[in-house]
Each structure stands twice: as C-alpha cells, then as structure tokens.
Design a protein around this ligand. Structure first.
Ligand code: HEC
Ligand code: HEC
Ligand code: HEC
Ligand code: HEC
Length: 161
C-alpha cells in the first residue's frame, strides 16, 4: 500500500515536470539569449536597419546623455542607461561606452528582445516579431499616456524602422 502511494507520487512529479517543460519551452530563448547590437541585425535586415538609423531618434539616444553629462554625477549618469541604451544590466547588454559601443543607443533588441539565439538559428520563433508580443515593452521607458498616443503602426513607419 505504502509503496503504491509513493509510485503515484513519483508519477505526479514527473507529469508536473513534463508540463512545466512543455509550457516554458516557448520562452527559454528569451532567458538564454544575449544582446548583440543593431549592427549585427543589419547583416540580414538591411532595410529595417537603414530606416531605423536614418529616422529613429532611438538611434541617437546616447547623445542625450552626453549633452547633459557634465551637469550630472556618475551615479546619475548610470540612472539614464536603463532607458537610453540597450540591455543595461542584462546578459550581454550595455556596460559602458568603451566596453560596449554597439549597444550605447536604444537598438532593435530593446523592442525585439536579445538576439544572440535568433542570429544563430534565423528562426522567427527566437525573437519577438509581432505588435502583440512587442507592445508590452514600451512602458518600460515611456509613460503609459505616451504609449497610448503612439498607436504603434504609424510609429513603425515613421521611425522604428
Ligand atoms: C543571419 C541572418 C539574420 C540575422 C543576423 C538576424 N536575423 Fe532576424 N530573421 C532572419 C530570417 C531568415 C528571418 C525570417 C524567419 C522566418 O520567416 O521564418 C528573420 C526574422 C526576423 C523577425 C520577424 C519575426 C517574425 O515573428 O516574423 C524579426 C523581428 C527579426 N528577424 C529581428 C532580428 C533582430 C532584432 C536581429 C538582430 C539582433 C536579427 N533579426 C538578426 C535572419 C536574421
Ligand atoms: C524611465 C526611462 C528614462 C530614463 C531613466 C531617462 N530617460 Fe531620457 N528619455 C526617455 C524617453 C522615453 C524619452 C523620449 C521622450 C519622447 O519622445 O516621448 C527621453 C528623452 C530624453 C531627452 C530629449 C531627447 C531629445 O533629443 O529630444 C533628453 C535630453 C534625455 N531624455 C536625457 C536623459 C538623461 C540625461 C537621463 C538620466 C539623468 C535620462 N534621460 C533618463 C526615457 C528616460
Ligand atoms: C520601437 C520598437 C522597435 C524597434 C526599435 C525596432 N523594431 Fe522591428 N518591429 C517592431 C514591431 C512592433 C514590429 C511588428 C510590426 C508589425 O507586425 O506590423 C516589428 C517588425 C520587425 C520585423 C518583421 C518584418 C516587418 O518589418 O514587419 C523585422 C525583420 C524587424 N522588425 C527588424 C528590426 C530591426 C533589424 C531593427 C533595428 C534596426 C528593429 N526592428 C527595430 C518594433 C521595433
Ligand atoms: C529601453 C527604453 C525604450 C523602450 C523599451 C522603447 N523606447 Fe521609444 N524611445 C526611447 C528613448 C530614450 C527615446 C528618445 C531618444 C532621443 O530622442 O534621444 C525614444 C523615442 C521614441 C519615440 C520618438 C520618435 C522617434 O523617432 O524615435 C517614439 C514614438 C517611441 N520611442 C516609441 C516607442 C514604442 C512604440 C515602443 C515600444 C514598441 C518603444 N518606444 C520602446 C526609449 C525606449
């Protein structure tokens, strides 16, 4: 009797483990991927990169910090990085201008997520690719009133790409 019980308990744990594995597989890339920088994306997405670097203010977001730097303490400058650079404090993300010059502006991966795995696999599943998946990230840096005013698509044609 006792033995039967523990076997079913083991089976339960295995089933629970399997379910967890299946339900989280879809997102594991997001936890494992590192930031690589927008110029790496340019190799395969030339059109988006061209449009982004020509029109998006994000492509120059580090200049805002440079302009104000001399009025700020080094701690205050670090407080700007979370919104004015790419992946600050995250794996492979911005560290400082000398160490990670390719991540100093707000790049593709701020919206699409860290790209190291997608760059290897070239799989659409390994990157955030649709408005539905992406729109939640804007609030991290923009106020929600501003985000509501964007209405996404016009923005894309006018700047992100
Ligand atoms: C080596 C080539 C290559 C590189 C580098 C690359 N991509 Fe891609 N990307 C692809 C291919 C191929 C597809 C199309 C996949 C498909 O349609 O199945 C794609 C699709 C996408 C999509 C659309 C996904 C969707 O759901 O439709 C996005 C967004 C994207 N890439 C962003 C990026 C970003 C951001 C970077 C830089 C971090 C990047 N890519 C770097 C090859 C690349
Ligand atoms: C919570 C996120 C966040 C933080 C932290 C932040 N910024 Fe910003 N900043 C933004 C956003 C978003 C914009 C763009 C506003 C818009 O266009 O709606 C912006 C715009 C600016 C602009 C105007 C840029 C231009 O060319 O018009 C300057 C200058 C600026 N920030 C400097 C700084 C400095 C310096 C710091 C650190 C002391 C800092 N910001 C911290 C999110 C942030
Ligand atoms: C401000 C956020 C933002 C930034 C920055 C951004 N994208 Fe996107 N991107 C999006 C959104 C949102 C979509 C989905 C568009 C749709 O479904 O209509 C998208 C779609 C895409 C697609 C799918 C094809 C298409 O054009 O619809 C590719 C490829 C892509 N982006 C690449 C890039 C690359 C490369 C960069 C950097 C040079 C970049 N994106 C920067 C938000 C962004
Ligand atoms: C990591 C922080 C961050 C995230 C996430 C982010 N932005 Fe931004 N965005 C900025 C900063 C910083 C600026 C201002 C750059 C400057 O002017 O120096 C900006 C500028 C803009 C602008 C001004 C116009 C232009 O040409 O760039 C729009 C519109 C915008 N963002 C929309 C969005 C939308 C929509 C999303 C989500 C899909 C998004 N942003 C996600 C930081 C962010």
């Amino acid at each position: 009797m006792q033995k039967k019980h523990s076997w079913s308990a083991v089976a339960m744990v295995l089933v629970a483990g399997l379910i967890t594995a299946i339900t989280t597989t879809g997102n594991t890339w997001a936890e494992q991927a590192k930031y690589v920088g927008s110029n790496v994306c340019a190799d395969c997405h030339e059109e988006e990169y061209k449009s982004y670097s020509s029109y998006a203010k994000k492509a120059h977001s580090f200049e805002a910090i440079e302009k104000m730097k001399r009025h700020l303490t080094s701690q205050e400058v670090k407080n700007c990085y979370g919104c004015h650079t790419t992946g600050y404090g995250m794996p492979g993300g911005f560290v400082d201008e000398k160490t990670t010059p390719d991540l100093k502006n707000v790049g593709c991966e701020v919206c699409h997520g860290p790209g190291s795995i997608h760059v290897e696999t070239e799989d659409a599943e390994d990157i955030l690719g649709t408005v539905d998946k992406i729109k939640g990230v804007c609030n991290k840096c923009h106020t929600s009133e501003r985000v509501e005013a964007f209405s996404f698509r016009p923005l894309l044609h006018g700047g992100a790409h």
